[in-house]
Every structure is written in C-alpha cells, then in structure tokens.
Write a new protein. Structure first.
Lengths: 309, 366
C-alpha cells in the first residue's frame, strides 16, 4: 500500500491534490463529509422538502396550466376531524406501550448475552437471536397469521388439549398486533442494550455484591444507570419504528387497531388530489414524533458527573 | 509517458462519462419505446401465463405485468407519472372509468386497429362504461357482481344485508369499505349509486355521513377490513371470517375448489360493474398494445381462461359454451338474485366515490 502511495506521488495532479488537502483541513473535511451529506440531502431531505411544499398546496398533482394555490386547510383538516385525531392518539399510545414492552422483554435477554453467557458463545447466541431478522417483515407477519388464525397452529393445539372456548380470537386484534410488533422491533432494542451492558465493568457488580448489595439493588444502582444510553437509544429506535409502521398493522391488526401511518397511507392511495392532505398528515406525525422522542431523550439522558469544587 | 493520466485526459474522460450519464434516461427511454415489450397494469389472474406465453411466442412481444390491487392505486401512480406513463395498458373498472378519462390518462380506442371488436358481448360493447364522448375507451373483459360471501358450514344463505350487522355475527364479518359502502347506503334507504344526488353535494354528504356513522357503530361485527380479494379468500379458509361482503370472483374460485362457501345477492341489492383493458394516453408501445388487445379478442378461449383464473363472468361472446357445467353453475345467478343487481351509475360514480373514499378513511381511523 505504501509503495502504491509513493508511486502515486509521481503523478502531478495527484501530488498537487494531496498537497492542497494537507494544507487545507477545512477542504479535507468538506470532501469527506460531502458523500454522506449529499446522500442525506438527496435521499432523505429532498423528499421531505417536497412533501412539506405539497402539504401547503391546494391541489397536487396540478392539471397542466393551473397555478399553484397555497393553503393551511390540510393541516386544519387534521384538527377538525375527530376520527383522524383518534387514530393519531392511538398511534402514540400504542407506540409508547410497545416500546416499554419491548424494553421489558429484551433487557433480560441483552443482559444474559452480555454478562451471563460465556464469552466464547456470545456471538453465536447473538446470531441466533438475529437470525429471524434475515426474513422480511411481510413473511414474518404471514407466519404469525398461520400461527394465530382460527384454524392456525395455536388454536389447533388448544383444541387438541381440550381448552374450553377454543378457537380463541387471537388474530386481527391488538393481541396479534402487539406480538407481531414485539417480534419486529426486538432487534432494534437488543443491539443498543447489548452494546451498553457489555461496557459495564464486571468488577463494579462484584464489588457491590461483596459489599452486600442485593441483585435488585445492583440492577437499580449500577446496571440501569450505566445502561441508560442503551435504553434511550433502543427506545428511540423502537418508538420511531412503531409510530411509522404500515404493513404489519395492516396484516395483523383488526378494525380498531388502525394506526395513523396507515391512515396516511389510505389518504395517499385515494384516487384524486389527496396528496396535500397526506403530506400535511405526514408532517404532523413526523413533527410530533420527533418532539416526543426529543423530550424523552432530554428527560432520560445521561447526566455528567458534577465537577469537584 | 504515453499512458500518463493528465488533467486534460481526466477532464475529457469525466466529460464523456457525465454526458453518457445525462443522456442515459433518453437513450433508455427510446430503447423502451422501440422495444418488443408491452407494459400492463392488471389485477391478478386477468392475464393468464398461458395467454402471455402464447402471445409472446406469436408476436415476439414480452408482456410485463405489474399487479395492482385497486383503482386508486393505479390512478395515483398515473397521476405521479404526469403524462409520461410507464404502463401501456391499464385495467380500469367501470365505476372509475370517467375519472380516468377526465384526468386525461386514457387514449380513445382507434376502432380501425381493433380487428375483433365483434367478439365483445353486444350489451357491453355499447355500455356507458365503455364509451364516452362518442369514443370507445377500452375493451371490457370481465363483469363483476357484488354481494355476500358466506361459509355454508356456519351460516344459512343470508337473504338480507342485515346479517352483516347481526349481533350473532359479531367479530366474524369482513368487507372492503369502498365496495360495501354503496350497498349499505341502499340498505339504509339512501341511493348507493348516487345518481339521485347528482349536483347536490350537501344531500349526498349527509347520506354518506349517516352511512359512515352506521358502519362505525357496527364496527364490532368486523373481524378485519380487507383490500384485495385474495385476503377475503384467505380469511374464509382460516376460519376467521364466516360472512363477508365481496365480489363474485373470489367466491366462485373458492366454490370451484370445493370449499364450503356460497355467494348470494341480498334483497337490498348488489352492484354490477365491469373491468376493461384501456390504453394509456400516448402509450410508448401503442402498436404492441393493439396487438395485445387483438390477440385477447381473437378467441373466446382467452375469455374462458380469464373466467377460470378470476372467477368473474366474461364480457366476451361464446365463453359460456366453453365452460364446464360446474363452472356455469357457480357463475350463474338465479333470476331473483339477478333482479337485485343494479349497474353502477358511471356518470355519478366519481362524485359519490370521492365522498365515500374520505368516509372510508374515517371509518378505519375511528
């Protein structure tokens, strides 16, 4: 590699380019940052910016020759229609609950993988947990449908066992949706938790145990405070994922489980000029979700230790 | 240093690459336009594999099918493409027909290029959902009737739509909201076709609002709202749903496959409409599109194959003779049931469906 770089310096343009970059650190930074910034601008911000613009337009797509009229009506429609507001509140309540549930279920697993499992088996166990995520969300949803349907595996087993009331209504309600969402989001909670828990120095726990701290006290006073960054990161990821879920609630949810993201999808798929309304709803969802997560991050962020005076 | 990379060479190379990249869409677009291909948006089963392969063998034209699940999806995709349509042929339902024409998405059929138009059943060839402004806008292919699909092991044949709102059927029904909505409007004494409300949005809105509130009130009867016909078939098979409002096709397919399913038109009425293949405005493969439509209309066998793969009745002459007794029995309706069917009023369909679409979102969100 060194020889290649030395030979490359034989070429004038390369040499002058390298020298210029060495002289100007700002240019160096700009060049390195250009690709990710460009990607974010084109792939993420440009569609959002277009959507913001559409949300204030009276009609879109416009028939040829018609002027653009600007309006706030589509934002007002959200507050004027109680059914939309109901789906919006339902989405936030469900996302919060699903996030907490995912945290409760995944924390012990992350703790086991990072602190209890033998070090040489951790990667294999982690891969075992990650393996289902190599299959798409849609396929996994259909797997749950096969499991939870009236003539599915679970109800067939309940029937064979003679459980009274079988078949139970396990599908197309908040039970099936919660199970599916938990399954979908568990990886996004596991990885930040695992990373945070693995960093905790085992000697701290040993010292606490040696000083007589109970397991619960060690969890409360050492493990939870030191894994706070992982908890905040995992919860943020899971919450944002759930609040924008579209396919899984469609497949596993029932008539009372419509989330706001699905409502936005229906608005967009309405034949006609409903894109401004869908865009306005999308902006409201993104704005409020980011504010909600921001508030959560502020409340639970790691506090820096106070400086000794 | 003959091969040395000079600044001039680098700029020259970059210019060539840049020009090629900029010209690529135009080059690819032209190649697509001149290609031996045809891009069709269609519902599942409307173009059978056998027909597609035979057509490709005979003409050398590859048919690329993009499956769609509803009319709004097609409409929005076409709206997004702003006149530069990637589809040559789309599949428009009679009740959305004027919406597509008025949005300037369709090309009128040049009857001089269509060889076998006489194979379309006479009553459909002149129907108002085929022609508008004295022009023909598509080739009708299948005819759909909407009614009730039920599990014969769980329920007796329901004769009224009231079964959908019966407490005994709580949590066991399903429907596609937009398709069911006009039937419920009729059930509640309003005009589901919307024809009597033409030009009077306030009265139509009140009727739609009342129907919306009624459906929200009876939401507990619904196990799940569906979008695609295959979903209602799946829910019938898994035993999650015993009664559904739907179209004849999915029910006929299940009956022919031996599942305990029945289909009926309730006494409050059902709607009938047709699907057709329509050429997109300024289709890039216009000649190939006509070749496809001519091939489709060349033999009633094609219509029979479509009936078998969709479960819908054919709009082509001579198809019924090609079906088996069992197929004919499943596809036919009794005189009484037939008398309950009304054709969608295409003139007012777009007007009423605009209101129904919004109500459907609210029902789901509620």
């Amino acid at each position: 590699m060194t020889r290649l770089l030395v030979s490359a310096r034989q070429f004038g343009p390369y040499r002058s380019a390298v020298d210029t970059l060495a002289r100007l650190p700002a240019l160096r930074f700009a060049l390195i940052a250009a690709i990710p910034i460009g990607w974010i601008a084109v792939a993420n911000l440009a569609p959002l910016a277009q959507m913001v613009a559409i949300s204030f337009q009276d009609r879109y797509p416009l028939p040829p020759g018609e002027p653009t009229l600007w309006t706030l009506n589509h934002y007002a429609a959200f507050f004027e229609t109680p059914h939309y507001l109901a789906a919006f509140i339902r989405s936030f309540a469900f996302a919060t609950l699903a996030t907490l549930l995912t945290l409760v279920v995944m924390f012990p697993i992350a703790y086991y993988l990072s602190k209890v499992a033998p070090r040489d088996r951790r990667i294999r166990l982690l891969l075992l947990v990650i393996a289902p995520f190599w299959i798409s969300e849609i396929v996994r949803s259909f797997a749950w449908i096969l499991m939870l349907a009236n003539r599915g595996a679970v109800n067939s087993a309940l029937g064979l066992l003679g459980i009274p009331g079988a078949p139970l209504d396990l599908l197309y309600n908040n039970v099936s949706l919660t199970i599916g969402v938990l399954y979908l989001t568990s990886l996004y909670m596991l990885l930040p938790l695992y990373a945070a828990l693995e960093k905790i120095d085992g000697s701290l726990l040993e010292a606490a145990a040696g000083l007589g701290a109970s397991p619960l006290k060690r969890l409360w006073r050492i493990v939870l405070p030191l894994s706070r960054d992982g908890i905040v990161g995992g919860c943020t990821l899971v919450f944002l994922l759930v609040i924008g879920l579209y396919a899984m609630p469609q497949l596993l949810g029932g008539p009372d489980d419509t989330l706001f993201a699905a409502t936005i999808g229906y608005v967009f798929s309405r034949a006609g000029d409903s894109w401004p309304l869908g865009s306005a709803f999308s902006m409201i969802l993104i704005g409020v979700a980011l504010a909600y997560v921001g508030l959560f991050a502020v409340l639970f962020r790691s506090r820096k230790p106070a400086r000794p005076t | 240093m003959k091969d040395q990379l000079t600044r001039r060479r680098m700029i020259q190379g970059a210019s060539v690459l840049g020009a090629t990249a900029l010209a690529a869409p135009a080059i690819i677009g032209r190649a697509r336009a001149e290609s031996r291909s045809l891009n069709v948006w269609s519902y599942d089963g409307f173009i059978t594999d056998a027909f597609r392969e035979a057509f490709s063998d005979q003409t050398g034209i590859d048919v690329n099918v993009r499956l769609v699940s509803d009319q709004a999806e097609q409409f929005n995709l076409m709206a997004a493409e702003k006149g530069d349509f990637s589809a040559d042929i789309v599949c428009v339902a009679g009740h959305r027909f004027y919406q597509f024409i008025d949005a300037d998405f369709l090309e009128p059929i040049d009857m001089g290029q269509l060889d076998n138009w006489s194979l379309v059943q006479t009553e459909f060839a002149k129907a108002e959902w085929v022609s508008r402004r004295d022009r023909v806008w598509g080739v009708p292919v299948v005819v759909v009737s909407t009614g009730l699909i039920y599990n014969t092991e769980v329920l007796d044949r329901p004769t009224s739509l009231s079964a959908m709102f019966d407490e005994a059927n709580t949590g066991t029904t399903s429907y596609q909201i937009q398709d069911f909505f006009p039937l419920v409007m009729n059930y509640l004494g309003y005009d589901g076709t919307g024809s009597s409300y033409a030009g009077n949005t306030d009265i139509a809105q009140r009727a739609v609002d009342a129907t919306r509130d009624f459906l929200i009130e009876h939401k507990n009867k619904v196990r799940r709202y569906y979008d695609a016909a295959t979903e209602v078939q799946q829910m019938m098979l898994t035993g999650d749903v015993a009664l559904a409002a739907g179209s004849s096709g999915p029910a006929a397919q299940l009956i022919l496959e031996g599942f305990p399913v029945g289909f009926t038109i309730p006494r409050e009425g059902g709607l009938a409409y047709a699907y057709g293949f329509n050429i997109a405005r300024n289709a890039k493969n216009m000649e190939n599109a006509y070749a496809f439509l001519n091939a489709l209309l060349s033999s009633p066998e094609n219509g029979a194959a479509m009936v078998r793969s969709t479960g819908f009745n054919s709009a082509m002459k001579g198809v019924e003779e090609l079906l088996t007794d069992a197929e004919r029995k499943v596809l036919s309706l009794s005189d009484e049931e037939r008398s309950h069917l009304t054709w969608v009023d295409v003139e007012t369909a777009a007007f009423i469906f605009d209101l129904v679409d919004k109500a459907a979102e609210e029902i789901r969100a509620a």
